[in-house]
Write a protein that binds this ligand. Structure first.
Ligand code: SAH
Length: 374
């Protein structure tokens, strides 16, 4: 039988697994804490390396369990130091993770789904059909792969490179709530991957009914992919808006548990030429968010093959930022990172679906050939 992978398994379930594997009841808690610490603080990849544990215990663990990461299909490194990993999970589904180093910090952009169902018009991932939700194991596994590659263990180290996690990779995290919640509990655990909840940001396109739960049960920082201040524009570029329009979305932001000037909501706003980038749009933006402790992240549109939009001119982005700034909001323009390896915002798209489509084509063609009169 294949060993059970313990990565991503909640602490209580880990204890249960140990009990089932024959660990004496009085030792279960201690053993679970030791394994947890080896796995998430020290990044142990096998049981043999757990030097303070008895040899026969390590042997019995190794015969039943593993600490396997998702398989790394490719690693690409951008000229600006950004790194992107294409990973493969169970069943062959592929997903991407991006590490963005900055002075004094390093942010990992983590995926929550293979593909995405939202079909935002400007996003490359949206052109990929959803294959499935990622499991807690695959979500936690992305952080572990990055720490492995960056040689960034222990998680509690003083000068760790990976300091922040943003759920801004492929997929809509609030459509995979339970798995994202289970995974982030391990990422945020001080005895686990040890990134505090403030250093974790969950980004949503606006799944309104789940936003309060995210605040109560996950407690991370919140980012909203707003991108437009008028429903008629947002309906087109973020079709989810037809279900949850701007007023409802912003009300959920006002009600977000824990929101304050010290814990602001980030509004992401992708700059699309002649679509949402006029100064009237900027004024409307600051009008609709009035009263919400917020910062606004202006994202220059990142192109991808066949994209129906263009990035706003730089001068226009600056004028737009100016209006937002004068209204009292920090409005940093996000420098595009990793564009040369298609790792920038909205450029992620794994090939698994495309490959499947081409296999289907090949199949159809061969069926057609079979039907052709000879
Ligand atoms: N589904 C979630 C998580 C994905 S976050 C959400 O929408 O928030 C990915 C971020 O990149 C979002 O803010 C998205 O709007 C932005 N983005 C998508 N395509 C982009 C592109 N081509 N250029 C710049 N930003 C883009």
């Amino acid at each position: 039988m294949a060993p059970t992978n313990l990565i991503g398994v909640p602490f209580d379930a880990l204890k249960a697994a140990l009990a089932e594997a024959g660990v004496a009841e009085r030792a279960v808690g201690m053993r679970a804490r030791q394994l947890w610490n080896w796995a998430y603080v020290h990044g142990a990849q096998d049981f043999a390396s757990m030097s303070n544990l008895a040899k026969d215990f390590r042997g019995s663990m190794a015969s039943r369990f593993s600490l396997a990461r998702p398989e790394i299909v490719t690693e690409q490194i951008s000229s600006d130091g950004t790194r992107k990993w294409l990973l493969r999970g169970a069943g062959g589904s592929e997903f991407e993770t991006v590490f963005i180093p900055e002075p004094g910090r390093g942010t990992l952009c983590v995926s929550s789904q293979v593909g995405c169902t939202l079909n935002c018009r400007f996003c490359h991932t949206g052109t990929q059909r959803l294959v499935r939700n990622l499991t807690p194991q695959e979500i936690v596994g992305q952080v572990m792969v990055a720490r492995d590659a960056l040689n960034d263990w222990p998680s509690t180290g003083e000068n760790r490179r990976l300091t922040n996690v943003v759920m801004m990779g492929m997929g809509e995290p609030l459509y995979n709530f339970e798995n994202v919640k289970a995974a982030l509990a391990i990422v945020a655990d001080g005895d686990g991957l040890a990134l505090s909840r403030r250093r974790i940001t969950l980004s949503t396109a606006g799944v309104v009914p789940m936003i309060k739960r995210a605040g109560d049960e996950i407690g991370s920082s919140l980012a909203i992919s707003l991108h437009a201040a008028r429903d008629d524009v947002r309906d087109v570029i973020v079709p989810l808006n037809k279900k949850y329009p701007i007023a409802e979305l912003l009300q959920a932001c006002r009600d977000y548990p824990g929101v304050s000037n010290a814990r602001r909501i980030t509004f992401e706003y992708v700059m699309l030429k002649n679509l949402n980038d006029s100064l009237a749009d900027a004024r409307e933006l600051v009008r609709v968010i009035r009263g919400i402790p917020a910062k606004i992240n202006l994202i220059p549109f990142n192109p991808w093959p066949g994209a129906p939009y263009e990035c706003s001119d730089w001068a226009q982005i600056e004028k737009f930022a100016d209006v937002v700034n004068r209204a009292g909001y920090a409005s940093p323009v996000r420098t595009p990172r990793g564009r040369d390896i298609m790792a920038a915002c909205g450029q992620l798209k794994s090939e698994s679906v495309k490959q499947r489509a081409s296999e289907r084509m090949a199949e159809l063609r061969s069926q057609e050939l079979a039907r052709m009169p000879t």
